[in-house]
Design a protein around this ligand. Sequence first.
Ligand code: PMT
Length: 219
Amino acid sequence: LAPRDMAGKQVLVTLGPTREPWDAVRFWSNPSSGTMGACVAVAAYLRGADVTVVAGPTGLTFPCDMAVVSVTTARQMYEACTDLWPSMDMACLTAAVADYRPVPFGESKFKKSTSAGAGITVEFETNPDILKSLGESKRDGQKLIGFAAETDNIREEAARKLAAKNLDLIAANNIGKAGSGFGVATNEMFVLDAKGRKEQWPQLPKTEVAWRLWDHLLL
Ligand code: PMT
């Protein structure tokens, strides 16, 4: 039986990609399947927490008594999370949020003939950093977990993000390695917390990673 050590806790989890539209049919996104976040959400749920998921487009389904807010863009995810955060005890942000969004071409479909074969240039604008914003408004007693998707200098990047975003714990994955990161059932994490504890975990099922993350935060 799962320990109910998160009973009564209000927990926010973000997951999946965001999609940033450019024209009527095209968008900027990434291959996040939402699996890592779903494992984090279900682990908290099994441990007795009241879980609210803010989900980008994934097609995943969740237990019927879990609150799910479906969003598409980073700005929608930001609005949902900043509204929810004051009433939460903990949040774990696993979503692969697009840092930039294309400056929209418009409501119609861009036609190839418009560029007359000369190629196109798309400009990008900066999206809000949801994790940073939650960290800045974190009150006493609230706990915040961030993820970091890295290909290089994983430990340094994890330490930088932990401090810059006022986190209690950061879980960094090497997205350049087979069996880790986007779209697979396993992950390999370097975990660092605000108390200075560091752990390198072997490649594990995402279900196990999720369970260990809550263990680590609650210890
Ligand atoms: O969904 P899966 O297929 O299972 O894949 C899992 C995963 C690879 C998506 C996941 O393990 C992961 O690494 N998630 C974080 C992806 C990411 O955006 O990393 P980042 O280093 O760019 O962002 C750092 C943190 O800031 C993350 O917690 C992210 O959710 C958050 N962020 C980032 C940008 C932004 N504008 N707002 C944010 O809140």
